[in-house]
Write a protein of this length. Structure first.
Length: 127
């Protein structure tokens, strides 16, 4: 049950941060196209799911969130290179997407591992 709890909490946290990320991205004067909005929300949801199922063996929960956040933000950040607005350059969008992805990854791990105590279980180890 603990593995299922971890996956569920991490995925729902990813959905939450997907909407936070969407809110930040849509705060400009132009409305976001629906496919872009869906890409943002689904990207963060998939990141949460990946954090939930991951068994990447790192020493600290926050480092796990940081690494996973970075890895799963790369596709969204690269697609942001095709966008340039009056307020932000493509490079600024790329860097901010990666940095915010790492922050969301740490926050997803914080919520999952610390707040809900659904820590990662490595294969072969039972607690």
């Amino acid at each position: 049950m603990s593995k299922t709890k971890r996956i569920l909490i991490a995925t729902l946290s990813g959905v939450l941060f997907g909407f936070v990320c969407f809110g930040l991205a849509s705060s400009g004067p132009e409305t976001l196209p629906t496919p872009v909005a869906l890409q943002i929300i689904l990207s963060r949801t998939i990141m949460g799911f990946a954090i939930g199922i991951s068994v990447l063996n790192v020493r600290y929960w926050w480092l796990h969130g940081l690494i996973m956040g970075l890895i799963f933000s790369i596709p969204l950040a690269v697609s942001g290179l095709m966008t340039e607005t009056a307020e932000y350059s493509a490079t600024t969008i790329l860097i901010s997407t990666l940095v915010l992805g790492m922050i969301y990854g740490v926050l997803i791990e914080l919520i999952t591992s610390v707040l809900f105590k659904a820590k990662m279980q490595l294969p072969g180890k039972t607690s």
